[in-house]
Design a binder for this molecule. Structure first.
Ligand code: CO
Length: 424
């Protein structure tokens, strides 16, 4: 399973590819792609829909009368550099003009070969088409300044994104080469590329390491490890009376407030369309629904245990992490239900809280809840170096997470006022 995860990450250099690769996976399992809002849904049918190429919702229609939805939410985007449409910066060398996307650890991106992927908009007669492109090969690099030219380099580095983080692409004579490479990949003429949505990404393959293979390191583990694990659980779960829903949102790293983000109407619109097609009452179903908001959490750092909370500090390979914060969607009820589902599935659970003097991060669960009010628990895998371009997690946690999500999608839950009844 770890190698399937690494394969998924390799085939998902950016949010568009992450959704495209997931779409292929769903189609191989018999899922049919629908335009948004489609009302042609059959009992027993397996469907998915995509918004803007970078967010996806998949679901199955049960044969009987569904009671509610069992949802997972995760995110397709990761911190990276966005490449401008007018990308080439001329000078002594040719550099690419980029800006930061999300809260990245700057230093991790320097002195390593990087590549470029995303989508280009191509003019074909009177049609404007989207084409996914991935240069795949080592294409750019952001060089450090030598220690001899910056004696302060080891005393805490500060990076000016406009000056220090623009990647080197080629020599001064490389004018036009970037667009030619893109056109080559897109199968069009350079002048037919009208616009681009491109990202610089780390193309280093992931690796499983440690004396027992206990660690997995790869780019974009946050949050593609959760996307992959949620998809596996969604596909493997036994059928219940509920409607299983797999939601993957773009733009979590910049606050989710876009037309395809967790704050958008994509999820409520899709659930409403399902209800309309099947003659169901959305509001009633939502009272009988639950969501796992899946985004990785911080494991105790081997060199900095003092940064973790005194009591709720997960370790790598210690099990699925339930994340608690006033800013998260987790509450006592959702935490209790999820813990009990994990206990039944033989999956260890750990708890994470920020140190009381730290604000911590945010995620998509509470944001999605403002549009779709269902009982939600924030969970994730414990990881190190979050938002580095090469992150590390626990190998066993990937298995645990898939088992937990599979158990969740296979669960029968009956919500009462302040109580939940779990089917045996
Ligand atoms: Co995340």
């Amino acid at each position: 399973m770890l190698h399937s995860l690494l394969h998924y990450i390799e085939k998902s250099p950016d949010c568009f590819h992450a959704v495209h690769t997931l779409s292929r996976m769903l189609e191989e399992s018999g899922y049919v792609r629908l335009p948004e809002g489609s009302s042609e849904l059959e009992a027993g049918g397996k469907y998915y829909t995509v918004r803007s190429g970078s967010s996806l919702i998949a679901f199955r229609i049960p044969k009987g009368q569904p009671r509610g939805f069992l949802l997972t939410g995760s995110h397709s985007d990761s911190p990276c550099f966005r490449v401008r449409d007018h990308a080439e910066l001329a000078g002594a060398y040719t550099r690419l003009s980029v800006e930061r996307y999300g809260g990245m650890l700057n230093a991790s991106w320097l002195d390593r070969p990087l590549s470029v992927a995303g989508r280009v908009l191509v003019k074909q007669g009177s049609r404007i088409e989207t084409r996914l492109v991935d240069l795949e090969k080592d294409s750019v690099l952001i060089p450090n300044v030598a220690i001899h030219l910056n004696r302060e380099a080891n005393n805490g580095a500060k990076y000016d994104p406009a000056r220090d983080l623009q990647p080197l692409f080629g020599g001064s004579d490389a004018k036009g080469a970037f667009r030619r490479e893109l056109a080559d990949k897109a199968g069009c003429a350079p002048e037919d590329i009208l616009a681009t949505d491109l990202f610089v990404y780390n193309n280093q393959p992931g690796t499983v390491w440690g004396p027992e293979g206990e660690f997995v390191s790869a780019p974009r583990l946050d949050d593609l490890a959760c996307v992959f694990a949620c998809a596996q659980g969604f596909l493997m779960a036994t059928e219940t009376e509920e409607i299983p829903v797999l939601a993957v949102f773009d733009n979590e790293e910049i606050g989710s407030g876009t037309k395809q983000g967790a704050e958008s109407m994509f999820l409520p619109d899709t659930l409403q369309a399902i209800c309309q097609a099947r003659g169901l009452d959305l509001r009633r179903l939502l009272t009988q629904s639950m969501m796992l908001s899946c985004d990785n959490g911080h494991g105790v750092h081997p060199n900095h245990p003092e940064l973790a909370d005194a009591n709720e500090a997960p370790v790598l390979n210690g099990g699925v992490v339930i994340k608690h914060s006033p800013r998260y969607a987790t509450d006592g009820l959702s935490s209790a239900v999820f813990s009990e589902l994990c206990r039944r599935a033989g999956v260890p659970v750990q708890h994470y809280s920020n140190r009381p003097d730290q604000a911590g991060g945010s995620t998509l669960g509470n944001i999605a809840n403002t549009k779709v009010g269902v009982s939600t628990v924030d969970i994730g895998m414990a990881q190190l170096a979050m938002h580095s371009c090469f992150e590390t997690a626990g190998s066993r946690d990937v298995e645990y997470f898939i088992r937990a999500v599979t158990a969740f999608y296979g669960a029968g839950l009956r919500m009462e006022d302040g109580a939940v009844l779990l089917d045996d």
